[in-house]
Design a protein around this ligand. Structure first.
Ligand SMILES: Cc1cc2nc3c(=O)[nH]c(=O)nc-3n(C[C@H](O)[C@H](O)[C@H](O)COP(=O)(O)OP(=O)(O)OC[C@H]3O[C@@H](n4cnc5c(N)ncnc54)[C@H](O)[C@@H]3O)c2cc1C
Length: 410
């Protein structure tokens, strides 16, 4: 089977890349070891974060660092045994998180974020997936006025710097917006320009079906069989293509290392669980308990609770202690019923130390391209990443300046 391009990895990023290449007239095969959208892009919080202009930084203040070092906080935990291996990465992450460096990173990052809602809505329309889309933003809620004031100040700064919209809700307005939320909350900040989806896996599946309807091929295969310029084995036989795109999320580094690249990649693990809602309680938008560090969001399968960050090896067994710790606190703000899933889902956010994804040509190989490392914002940035890389690959003018995202910055 011969194609112009083969995309390796069928998460939100790979499927978006495949669609955007196809849109520009290329014949494209999408290769994954499973059906598209069943890994990280399946279990996330479903947020399309137009407000996410500042990627999540490493804390720099001593109080927060000491709190995390104790390894008992609900939002961030770590596996002590993995720390010696992770320290070089974390040091670089800490370095890039200094306020001035973080601000410079945000200036580049915001150029991508700016397009996230527009690009998703265009694909959602083309894929006929409108039923999955909510356009009513998402919300952080607060247990203390101090935390709320800090977030309001931050949101005001984001508006000044990047024109991102928000509204601050006092306790009464919060109850009017979400009557099922607990009375202990002092208020919320709603990000009004952001979208969310009720089934991230359903969304990626809808995009993949659109790709197939337009003539693309989705094939099962192991990207580890990739041989330069460019051939990969699938269940239907070998695929050859003039170009290959590595879009394997947290597994991308396995293949890039084999091809001779030493990229600083790591993962932030996170869990989810679904719950029934008691007494028909409803949530109309995703809600983040900002002080405890969990998100509850209405999904097709129930109320999905996603946890914060667990630092550890990608492939070690699940340790869902954060889920156990936040579940009673979540029940305190929303009437969660029984667990719906047999066991917690574990996902891995694919991260770089400078918080920017890797999007662009592979420095040492002709016809090889990288699209990974989207960390907390892969669902958000999948479609604009697809557009940017397809424009670069076809020599078209690009939607944003691609230079900050090139692999050769490392
Ligand atoms: C708890 C949690 C909550 C999150 N919430 C949000 C959110 O609300 N909004 C947001 O924007 N982002 C969120 N994220 C981040 C987001 O989910 C990820 O950044 C995004 O899914 C990454 O997409 P991807 O396509 O790069 O990777 P993936 O979705 O992991 O896709 C990679 C694909 O590569 C395939 N693959 C791997 N190895 C091979 C191989 N050898 N051969 C063939 N195929 C292979 C896999 O099967 C997989 O389908 C969250 C993440 C977590 C963990």
């Amino acid at each position: 089977m011969k194609f112009d391009s083969v995309v390796l990895g069928g998460g939100i990023v790979g499927v978006s890349v495949a669609l955007q290449l196809q849109r520009r007239g290329l014949s494209v095969a999408l290769v994954d070891r499973r059906a598209p959208g069943n890994e990280t892009s399946h279990g996330n919080g479903g947020l399309i974060q137009r407000e996410g202009v500042y990627p999540y930084a490493f804390p720099r203040d001593l109080a927060t660092l000491l709190r995390y070092a104790g390894n008992r906080s609900t939002d961030v935990r770590y596996h002590p045994g993995a720390m010696p291996h992770l320290l070089p990465f974390l040091y670089r992450y800490w370095h890039h998180s200094r306020a001035d460096r973080h601000a410079a990173i945000a200036r580049a990052y915001a150029t991508l974020i700016e397009h996230c809602v527009i690009e998703h809505r265009a694909l959602i329309e083309a894929a006929g997936a409108q039923a999955l889309l909510r356009t009513n933003g998402w919300m952080k809620v607060f247990r203390s006025a101090r935390a709320m004031d800090a977030t309001v100040a931050e949101a005001q700064r984001w508006r000044r710097e990047y024109g991102v919209g928000h509204e601050a809700l006092d306790a009464q307005a919060l109850r009017a917006a979400e009557p099922a939320l607990g009375h202990a909350l002092v208020g919320g900040v709603r990000y009004t320009d952001s979208d969310s989806v009720s089934d991230p896996n359903g969304l990626v599946t809808a995009y993949a079906k659109l790709f197939e309807r337009l003539g693309g091929r989705v094939l099962m295969g192991d990207a580890a069989t990739l041989e330069p310029s460019w051939r990969v084995m699938t269940q239907d036989g070998p695929v050859t293509a003039q170009s290959a795109v590595i879009a394997m999320g947290p597994w991308s580094g396995d293949l890039t290392a084999r091809l001779g690249y030493d990229l600083p990649l790591a993962v932030k693990r996170g869990y989810h669980m679904h719950y029934a809602a008691l007494n028909g309680a409803k949530l109309s938008q995703p809600v983040l308990d900002a002080e405890v560090g969990f998100l509850i969001t209405p999904m097709a399968r129930g109320i999905r609770l996603t946890t914060g960050v667990e630092l550890g090896f990608r492939d070690t067994a699940k340790t869902p202690v954060q889920l156990e710790a936040v579940e009673p606190l979540a029940r305190g703000i929303f009437p969660l019923g029984e667990r719906v899933d047999a066991e917690p889902w574990l996902g891995r956010r694919p991260c770089t130390p400078d918080m920017k994804p890797v999007i662009g040509p592979a420095p040492k190989h002709d016809g090889l391209w990288f699209a990974f490392g989207h960390a907390h914002h892969g669902l958000t940035l999948g479609p604009v990443t697809g557009r940017l890389i397809a424009e670069m690959m076809t020599g078209a003018p690009t939607v944003v300046d691609p230079r900050p995202f090139r692999a050769d910055r490392f």
